[in-house]
Design a protein around this ligand. Structure first.
Ligand SMILES: [Zn+2]
Length: 322
């Protein structure tokens, strides 16, 4: 007999429910994120039939299946109707409260920590769209099966299969394939297998970002720039912007050095105003340690002479140095 406290957790969007047909409400060229329309269209989702089979099998073996989703609880009615229509047996359904402001990952972690403490989690099925939760689950030494994005064209919805892909990193991800272009499935599988899994890809990007940040921090330190203040994320972002700005300021300084002699001879008063303005604006920027300020002013900041001039004159004007 299975341990009665042992449970299976399963996500909904991108896991049990295949959501490709409505992702355009969130990802489109216009950059519009229409969450209401995205959730409203959930009734048309195709069910992940092979996964439903697995879950039903788990329940037959005595493992309760609990569904946990970041989907807005405002659509609980249609969601329950959809689950019933596709005969998706389950022993609980947690949906993110309509007024919740926390991320889906945080919401799911809190459910596990607060409501499932003491239960042994046998396996978690999660979408590759929810890597933060999948990573956390893996860190708790719980088995996590990741579902990659749907493959195929979706034109013929009755043709559906689940393919196991062992990625180059050694991790296995399941990909729902559907559509009538099944002759291309093997090619697509081979392609997917050549890459790392999405979790490893995200980790690699993260490591790259951290390394870039460390390099930027070291460069800033070497330059004598004070540490930035803000959240880790803001600091990492702002450090790169600030370095670009000071790269441009160096170019302005080189320009000043090149033209000093001629400009001094032509109009010493004007030249003194210019160089003083540059020096004071540079000093002002050196003291600007608010990461938010750099992020808010990132537009136009680039590591070249013109951008450096524009930035320094903007600061000089704002501070009344000219
Ligand atoms: Zn991997």
């Amino acid at each position: 007999m299975p341990n009665p406290t042992e449970i299976v957790l399963c996500g909904l969007d991108g896991v049990l429910a295949l959501i490709d047909h409505r992702l355009h409400f969130l990802r489109n060229d216009e950059g519009i994120r229409d969450w209401d329309a995205f959730y409203a269209a959930c009734d048309d989702d195709m069910p992940n039939l092979p996964l439903i089979q697995r879950l039903n099998l788990a329940r037959e073996e005595g493992y309760p299946v609990l569904l946990i989703t970041g989907r807005n609880a405002a659509v609980r009615g249609p969601t329950e109707a959809w689950l019933a229509r596709w005969n998706i047996g389950h022993d609980g359904l947690w949906m993110r409260p309509a007024d919740s402001r926390i991320s889906t990952a945080r919401f799911k972690i809190e459910i596990v920590e607060r409501h499932l403490a003491g239960r042994k989690i046998r396996r978690v099925y999660e979408s590759a769209h929810q890597l933060d939760f999948a990573r956390w689950i893996t860190q708790q030494s719980i088995a996590c099966t990741l579902f990659g994005p749907n493959q195929g064209n979706g034109a013929a919805r009755e043709i559906l299969d689940l393919r196991n892909i062992r990625h180059a990193c050694g991790h296995i991800t399941l990909y729902p394939f559907y559509g009538d272009d099944d002759h291309a499935w093997d090619d697509r599988c081979a392609q997917l297998a050549q890459n790392s899994c999405l979790l490893c890809q995200a980790d690699a990007l993260d490591a790259e970002r951290r390394q870039r940040h460390a390099q930027a921090r070291a460069a800033a330190h070497e330059r004598g720039l004070p540490p930035l203040a803000g959240s880790d994320r803001q600091i990492a972002w702002a450090e790169g912007i600030r370095l670009s700005a000071f790269g441009a300021i160096d170019k302005v300084q080189q320009w000043v050095d090149r033209h000093a002699e001629a400009a001094q001879a032509e109009d010493p008063d004007h030249w003194q105003t210019v160089t003083q303005g540059i020096a004071r604006a540079t000093a002002w920027l050196e003291e600007q340690t608010d990461a938010r300020w750099w992020i808010d002013h990132r537009q136009g900041i680039a590591n070249h002479l013109d951008a450096g001039r524009t930035l320094l004159s903007a600061v000089a004007e704002q501070e009344g140095y000219f």
